[in-house]
Write a protein that binds this ligand. Structure first.
Ligand code: SF4
Ligand code: SF4
Length: 118
């Protein structure tokens, strides 16, 4: 079972990417970056970057603590396509490679950059 937490861009989530419908569609159809999991996929948490300049590490650390408290641990973090788009098309200060490394090394979670291609 792939137990997943998704991190979104706070400025995009539910503003220009309404209701997180795209990620839920990709999860349901096992498309985009979710096609690697087959049917064994569970979304444990959806959070965001905590707004600019990208407070992902403290936010995700809290998510990890709460998930553990409720016996709902996750193994994999997906950085949403919204975050990737913010980095590549706007002035998002997040360094995706650096953030991926920090999440893996400090929080001990696998990281997948991106979610869907819609
Ligand atoms: S890319 Fe996914 S997580 Fe990000 S706002 Fe859109 S649906 Fe939500
Ligand atoms: S830091 Fe990047 S991902 Fe977070 S709100 Fe700002 S633009 Fe979006």
């Amino acid at each position: 079972m792939a137990r997943i937490a998704i991190v979104s861009c706070q400025k995009i989530k539910d503003v220009s990417c309404i209701g997180c419908l795209k990620c839920f569609k990709a999860m349901a159809l096992k498309e985009g970056e979710f096609n690697r999991y087959g049917d064994d996929l569970e979304v444990v948490a959806m959070s965001d970057c905590g707004d600019c300049p990208g407070l992902v590490m403290p936010k995700l650390s809290l998510v990890k603590d709460v998930a553990h408290q409720y016996d709902r641990d996750f193994d994999i973090v997906h950085l949403g396509t919204c975050v990737v788009k913010a980095v590549h098309t706007a002035a998002c200060p997040i360094n995706l490679d650096k953030l991926k490394g920090m999440i893996e090394n400090v929080l001990g979670k696998q990281v997948v950059v991106g979610t869907h291609t819609y």
